[in-house]
Design a protein around this ligand. Structure first.
Ligand SMILES: [Zn+2]
Length: 348
């Protein structure tokens, strides 16, 4: 590389007034190790025997003081957002007016280490421990939801090299920020215009044969306009804003779905990369968006990374897929990955 990065700067948000779009600038992330292909257990910071290499956990499963923890939440060493120190002044998101002047990127960026052992696939995490990961996420979200400086938060996984993973050890991430992203604002506004939108989405998925699997509290569907082959959304079947306010028992269903989905995708396309992310409602009250709260169904979107996201997609925002949604749902159902829904699935 013929240039050096400026690693000294704090993360910032920059606004593009032409596209009405923000970007997060995080120069220190250039220091991230990229050990996906050659990470050895001896060096891996996420393995329990190397826990001294990472900051102290902010939350752990089953308890914060467990020596034999099954999963844990630690601060991200290369954060996209950081809470401001008290000397940095304020650019409160409520009063934030877009300008081309950059502002501090305020928030919390954490890593969820999903196993103490050096494994790479969620399918290798024993089911009970995988349920524990989701209960751990609930605990952490519950803490963040009461933080007045946090407007919205998400969980996301980069599964595989095509999905942006940089460390092989099974993990996901949590980012909590001082603003509501445009994707969520748009969805809220759509729900305000059509209060029954989520109900209609579930009804149409059923009538168009796009339901992949039904759980007690969720429905897994291929959306009407999938961006990639085998995109699936796990949607709460009743109105509900947040992951953390749900009973622990629901996390068994989320855990089961995520392992079943990865099993189905592996069956169709071995070792396919995928992302998933949580779309929940904003934590902070908003005159603009609150009318959507009673009609929001939180959901997990899972996007396989099979086809490249290339020039047309980046230039227009239009994605190109190759498999009709009802056909994709049929192929996913036929994998047989969903048959164990009454029995906890153990690692394979
Ligand atoms: Zn490891």
């Amino acid at each position: 590389m013929s240039f050096s990065f400026d690693h000294s700067r704090d993360p910032t948000v920059h606004y593009d007034p032409l596209a009405d779009r923000n970007i997060f600038l995080a120069p220190r992330r250039a220091d991230r190790p990229n050990t996906l292909l050659n990470c050895r257990q001896a060096d891996c910071p996420f393995c329990i025997e190397n826990a001294r290499l990472t900051p102290d956990p902010v939350q752990q499963w089953p308890t914060l003081d467990s020596q034999d923890w099954k999963s844990r939440v630690i601060p991200n060493a290369y954060p996209v957002v950081e809470m401001k120190s008290s000397t940095q002044g304020s650019d409160n998101a409520d009063t934030y007016i877009p300008t081309t002047k950059s502002v501090h990127a305020s928030g919390i960026h954490e890593v969820i280490i999903e196993s103490p052992h050096h494994i790479e696939s969620v399918l290798e995490v024993p089911f009970d421990d995988w349920v524990g990961v989701w209960k751990l996420c609930q605990q952490r979200m519950k803490q963040l939801a009461t933080n007045p400086e946090i407007a919205w938060a998400t969980l996301f996984k980069n599964g595989g090299i095509q999905a942006g993973a940089s460390l092989a050890h099974v993990h996901s991430q949590l980012i909590a920020i001082d603003r509501t992203p445009p994707t969520i604002s748009t969805k809220c506004q759509q729900v305000i215009r059509q209060p029954n939108l989520f109900k209609n989405i579930l009804f149409e998925a059923e009538s168009e044969n796009r339901v992949v699997h039904t759980y007690k509290s969720f429905v897994a569907i291929v959306p009407s306009a999938p961006r990639q082959p085998f995109e699936v959304w796990l949607i709460r079947n009743e109105p509900s804003c947040f992951l953390h306010t749900e009973p622990h028992s629901q996390m068994e269903e989320v855990a089961r779905f995520t392992q079943q989905f990865v099993g189905a995708l592996n069956h169709l396309i071995p070792d396919a990369s995928y992302n998933w992310w949580l779309h929940q409602f904003p934590f902070v009250p908003s005159l603009l968006l609150d009318k959507a709260a009673a009609h929001w169904h939180w959901h997990l979107e899972v996007l396989p990374r099979i086809a490249p996201i290339a020039g047309f997609e980046l230039g227009t925002g239009y994605h190109i897929s190759t498999i009709p949604p009802d056909r994709a749902a049929g192929l996913l159902r036929e994998t047989g990955s969903w048959k164990e829904s009454e029995q906890p699935r153990h690692g394979s």
